[in-house]
Design a protein around this ligand. Structure first.
Ligand code: DX5
Ligand code: ZN
Length: 231
């Protein structure tokens, strides 16, 4: 995986047809997404439950871009090797998931993956300040994690603070929650480069009508790239 700050659209398959993940992943890739975002929830760190390493491993052969795995689980460390084995390219853990995020990020890199750290809406940018040298991606949650389709929370001040803190380091800023064509330009203007979108990508489409996915992806991307107009 090479690093650049171009805008990347990462559909969350949380909004896909759960009975048809392989075809859904192939459809969003054929329709022009950049990464595939996989939301792992444990019913403990967040009040919802999705899937674990065997399912993520089954997704892998269908992903030709980047498999971006967002862990909303606690603890994280006992499962890192299983997600490496499942084929995650990026593994993101929440800074709120335990007291030893520094160790967690070291372990993720040691297992051969890019290391991401996610921040809940109530957690300040400073929580990752001393982790940046171990981090390849900071995920700024713009909803409280657990469910798709929630209302966007304005975290632009936090995104700007992170962008300044990161400086020239090759670290992505990813935004997760409530991203759509209206909210996208505000987060890219603040410094984000990876936009996760679940409901805004999958709405109106299906594996039998994948063109709607493409239209949704293009609309979000065009809007995100219009930052000059809102900045
Ligand atoms: C929320 C998940 C998100 C979610 C985004 O806990 O981490 O990835 O699926 O869904 P939308 O784009 O519908 O807010
Ligand atoms: Zn997510």
């Amino acid at each position: 995986m090479s690093f650049d700050r171009s805008i990347k659209i990462a559909p969350s398959i949380l909004s896909a047809d759960f009975a048809n993940f392989g075809a859904e992943i192939r459809a969003i890739e054929a329709q022009g997404c950049d990464w595939v975002h996989v939301d792992v929830m444990d019913g403990h760190f967040v009040p919802n439950l999705t899937f674990g390493p065997p399912a993520v491993k089954a997704f892998r052969p269908h992903v030709t871009t980047v498999m971006d795995v967002h862990l909303m689980i606690a603890p994280v460390d006992p499962y890192i090797d299983a997600y490496a084995e499942a084929g995650a390219d990026i593994l993101t853990a929440h800074v709120e998931a335990g007291p030893h995020t520094h160790r967690t990020l070291q372990a993720i890199r040691a297992a051969g993956m890019k290391a991401g750290v996610a921040l809940n809406p109530g957690t300040p940018a400073e929580a990752v300040e001393h982790l940046l040298d171990l981090t390849d991606l900071v995920c700024v949650m713009t909803v409280n994690p657990g469910f798709g389709g929630q209302k966007f929370l304005d975290m632009t001040a936090k995104i700007r603070a992170l962008r300044a803190m990161i400086g020239d380091r090759p670290i992505h800023i990813e935004i997760d929650g409530g991203v759509d064509p209206v909210t996208a330009p505000f987060v890219t203007a603040a410094g984000a480069d990876v936009l996760v979108a679940g409901s805004a990508v999958f709405r109106g489409g299906s594996v039998d009508n994948p063109a709607a996915y493409g239209e949704n992806i293009r609309t979000i991307r065009d809007s995100a790239q219009s930052i000059g107009k809102v900045a």
